[in-house]
Design a binder for this molecule. Structure first.
Ligand SMILES: O=C(O)CCC(=O)C(=O)O
Ligand SMILES: [Fe+2]
Length: 210
C-alpha cells in the first residue's frame, strides 16, 4: 500500500501538466520522454544490474496463481519485485508513481488504489509475445506503466515495445532511458521485440482494489 507516501508538489503539478490522463482517454496510451531525471534513471539501472549480477532476478512466469508457469519462449525476462524501503532510488521512484496515481485519478476517475512493479531484465534475444496485461480471473490491473533504463538506445538494437492499438497502425517505442509509456491494461495488446543488447526496465501496474 502506497497511500502513506507524501506527494511532491512540484512533481505533482509537472505530471498534471503532461496531460497523461487525456492521452490515455483519447488513444489508450501515452509516451513521455525524459520522465525521470538522468541521475535517478542511472541509479535505478545500476540497482537492476546489481540485482541481476547477484542472482536476485528470476525468470518471469505467465498467468497467475496455480496456473502460473515459466515459458521462456512466450516471455523471456527476468524480474524482481520492488519493495518499499529496498533503496533510496526505489523509494523515490515509488513516490513519483504515487504522484502519478493521484494525478491519473484526478483526470480519469479510474479509482486506482495501488501500484505494483518489478525490475525486468531482458537478455539479448529475449522477448515477450503479444499479450494483454489483465489476467482472465482478476481485472484489478487497470493502467500499465513501463519506465526504461537504457542509455543511448538505437533503433537498430531492436527491443521495441510494440503496441497494437485497436483499429490503428502498430506503434514501436524504443526502450530509451527515462522514457515512460503508459497504456490501458485491459485493452492494449502489446509485445516486446528481441534486442541485441541487455534491455532494462521497471514494469508496473496501477490497480483497482478487487
Ligand atoms: O518492457 C516493456 O516494454 C513491456 C513489458 C510488458 O509488456 C510486461 O511486463 O507485461
Ligand atoms: Fe505486458
Amino acid at each position: 500500500m502506497l497511500t502513506e507516501i507524501p506527494l511532491d508538489p512540484e512533481y505533482f503539478s509537472e505530471i498534471l501538466r503532461l496531460n497523461i490522463g487525456d492521452d490515455l482517454a483519447e488513444h489508450g496510451w501515452s509516451q513521455q520522454n525524459s520522465f525521470l531525471s538522468e541521475e535517478l534513471t542511472v541509479t535505478l539501472a545500476a540497482e537492476c544490474h546489481l540485482l541481476n549480477d547477484a542472482g536476485g532476478m528470476k525468470l518471469a512466469g505467465v498467468g497467475r496463481g496455480i496456473a502460473q508457469a515459466v515459458r521462456p519462449t512466450i516471455r523471456g525476462d527476468q524480474i524482481t519485485w520492488l519493495k518499499p524501503g529496498q533503496s533510496l532510488a526505489c523509494d523515490r521512484y515509488l513516490q513519483i508513481m504515487e504522484n502519478l496515481r493521484v494525478a491519473l485519478n484526478r483526470t480519469l476517475f479510474l479509482g486506482l488504489d495501488e501500484y505494483e512493479s518489478h525490475f525486468a531484465f531482458y537478455k539479448p534475444g529475449a522477448s515477450y509475445l503479444k499479450h494483454l496485461d489483465r489476467f482472465r480471473d482478476d481485472d484489478s490491473r487497470t493502467v500499465s506503466v513501463v519506465i526504461y533504463l537504457n542509455p543511448d538506445w538505437l533503433p537498430e538494437q531492436g527491443g521495441a515495445l510494440r503496441l497494437h492499438p485497436d483499429g490503428l497502425d502498430t506503434q514501436d517505442i524504443g526502450p530509451l532511458a527515462s522514457r515512460l509509456v503508459l497504456f490501458l491494461s485491459a485493452q492494449m495488446l502489446h509485445e516486446v521485440l528481441p534486442a541485441t543488447r541487455d534491455r532494462l526496465s521497471i514494469a508496473g501496474w496501477f490497480r483497482r482494489r478487487a
